[in-house]
Design a binder for this molecule. Structure first.
Ligand SMILES: NC(=O)c1ccc[n+]([C@@H]2O[C@H](COP(=O)([O-])OP(=O)(O)OC[C@H]3O[C@@H](n4cnc5c(N)ncnc54)[C@H](OP(=O)(O)O)[C@@H]3O)[C@@H](O)[C@H]2O)c1
Length: 241
């Protein structure tokens, strides 16, 4: 992957990991399009040199309208970073589980991303080389008890990424899975465990992205994968802390 001169669309680019990636890509002389729902944040980011798109990925009509805008404004798009995501925390042992939250997590973390990806493949496929990068989670390897639906959505996106890689093998599109560790963002604000600053994460993973590694992550996550496979009980203990 070239360091500069790409046109990169990052969903979930208005905060956290997506914004930090966007800042780094912009500094490296790429055209960076940040997508999110929050109009106020998007306007502020436009003043900092980003292109912006307002879109709610849980709304199919908005996704389709946004893809039409991309076709007209950004025909040079060559990197799609599917990074938007939400997480709700609740236990399935609770008497009342928030049904709306279950469907919202699935709609944003899976359905919206898959539809968006499908509609953008023609634009990416007309390049000699392009990329789809999907942000998943270590929880795709082993679920945490208070985030079963979130973990399941990330496992779905992990499997989708694997399949897409082979499904697109006759095109110039490469598929990469990006797996952040627990990172200091709005999503983890209420959690007390050790978190990696988003800037440190981006610094660590950028060289792997440039090398086009199939799975881009840090050592701790590779260990979790191994523990989840060989000692699921220990994985459960680690993730329940
Ligand atoms: N933080 C962690 O520890 C961690 C660990 C592993 C994986 N991840 C994954 O990393 C990705 C980024 O998370 P983060 O930690 O940076 O969280 P964050 O700071 O809360 O950012 C989430 C982003 O998703 C966007 N978003 C949420 N719902 C959306 C919707 N319906 N349509 C469009 N955009 C939407 C938000 O923008 P608006 O509010 O403007 O819509 C925001 O930019 C997520 O996929 C998350 O699952 C995070």
């Amino acid at each position: 992957m070239n360091k500069s001169n790409n046109t990169i669309l990052i969903t979930g680019g208005t905060s956290g990991i997506g914004l930090e990636l966007g800042k780094t890509f912009l500094k490296n002389k790429n055209k960076v399009i940040l997508l999110g729902r929050n109009e106020r944040k998007l306007n502020q980011l436009k003043e900092q040199g980003f292109e912006t798109l307002q879109c709610d990925l849980s709304d199919r009509a908005e996704i389709e309208a946004t893809v039409l805008k991309i076709q007209v404004r950004y025909p040079d798009l060559n990197i799609l970073f599917n990074n938007a995501g939400i997480q709700h925390n609740y236990y399935f042992s609770d008497t009342v589980i928030p049904i709306d939250k279950i469907s919202e997590e699935i709609e944003i973390n899976i359905t919206g991303q898959m539809i968006f990806t499908q509609l953008l493949i023609p634009i990416l496929a007309d390049k000699e080389k392009s990329f789809i990068i999907n942000t998943t989670s270590g929880l795709a390897y082993f679920p945490k008890s208070d985030g079963l639906v979130y973990s399941a959505t990330k496992a779905a996106m992990q499997n989708f990424s694997k399949g897409l890689k082979y499904g697109l093998k006759n095109t110039g599109i490469k598929v990469i899975e990006f797996i952040p560790p627990v990172t200091e963002t709005g999503m983890t604000a209420k959690r007390e465990e050790q978190k990696m600053p988003a800037s440190e994460l981006v610094r660590k993973v950028l060289p792997q992205l440039l090398k086009e590694k199939q799975v881009v992550t840090i050592f701790r996550i590779r260990m979790l994968k191994w523990i989840a496979f060989s000692m699921p009980g220990l994985a459960h203990k680690i993730l329940s802390k």
